[in-house]
Design a protein around this ligand. Structure first.
Ligand code: PMP
Length: 284
């Protein structure tokens, strides 16, 4: 069945959706995106995603073609038209089409594309068995706090993981883990402390990360927001990742080192269950 996608004001069958070859998203990766998850046909933590979208836009001096309420209306229309019960809604804003020039065009109209992807996020076999990650050098640019569509380094990291027979990659800079290819990275120390890298320009400020840290505080799980090394991760009792499209996902092996018991640990399982409960309760 063909999906309906949204392109600059129109709802179109996916095969008819078009963007100009002069679009700066295509030529310069001059665009930003957001991915909001959908549970029971409702959006999870969407207001936080739209706030981060506004920040990404403002860091790049880019305009949005629609206000937040109109964007939510399009998200909900796509969920309805595509009968999406579980999955994600993807949203991308680019600076628009203009003759190719490195300088930002003065008068380009920003472009907005949105589409849905159906996916079983809750009932995911990978969450039951845990995933294997490998480490790769972090070769990305220095503004990873902006959620831009310049994702080639992340895509290469993911592919390197698959080529190595693993599921995903953790990126490492100056001996310390920054984040996963498309997720935030955590360990649980043998002392039971949940550790994830502090916020800075070096990582994306994950919306799921913020929710999981809130839940950890409520559950009195001790948290340290600081960088950690691969050696510390190999010796951890648990490891995990978070993102809007995977929620909380246990990591059971890093570079072939089995983590803890080699199975999803209690902190990861608890945080996943709590996150899913809370997401369902507050989805809009
Ligand atoms: N880091 C990176 C590099 C990502 O691409 C993502 C997901 N887009 C995340 C972290 C997780 O962010 P969120 O929880 O908002 O999906």
């Amino acid at each position: 069945m063909s999906r309906t996608v949204y392109v600059n004001g129109d709802y179109l069958p996916e095969a008819e959706a078009r963007i100009s070859v002069f679009d700066r998203g295509f030529l310069f990766a001059d665009g930003i995106y957001e991915v909001s998850s959908v549970l029971d046909g409702r959006l999870v933590d969407n207001a936080a995603h739209l706030m981060r979208m506004r920040r990404s836009l403002s860091e790049l001096n880019m305009r949005a073609p629609l206000g937040d309420a109109d964007i939510v209306a399009v998200q909900q229309e796509l969920i309805a038209r595509n009968a999406l019960t579980e999955g994600v809604v993807y949203l991308q804003i680019t600076r628009g089409a203009a003759d190719r020039d490195f300088a930002f065009p003065a008068d380009a109209e920003p472009s907005l594309v949105m589409f849905t992807q159906a996916r079983a996020i809750v009932d995911n076999p990978a969450a039951r068995r845990g995933i294997a990650v490998i480490s790769v050098p972090d070769i990305r640019w220095q503004r990873r706090d902006i959620k831009t569509v310049g994702l080639l380094a992340s895509s290469m990291a993911k592919q390197a993981a698959l080529d190595a027979g693993a599921d995903d990659a953790w990126m490492v800079e100056n001996g310390l883990v920054t984040e996963g290819s498309s997720n935030n990275a955590y360990i649980v120390t043998t002392g039971g402390v949940l550790v994830t890298r502090h916020l800075s320009n070096e990582i994306l400020h994950g919306i799921t990360r913020a929710a999981v840290l809130r839940l950890s505080h409520e559950e009195q799980i001790p948290v340290e927001e600081r960088a950690f090394s691969l050696e510390e991760a190999y010796a951890a009792s648990e490891a995990l990742i978070t993102s809007a499209s995977s929620f909380v996902m246990p990591v059971v092996s890093i570079d072939g080192h089995s983590i803890g018991t080699g199975e999803p640990g209690p902190v990861s399982r608890k945080l996943r269950a709590l996150y899913i409960d809370t997401a369902r309760k507050h989805a809009t």
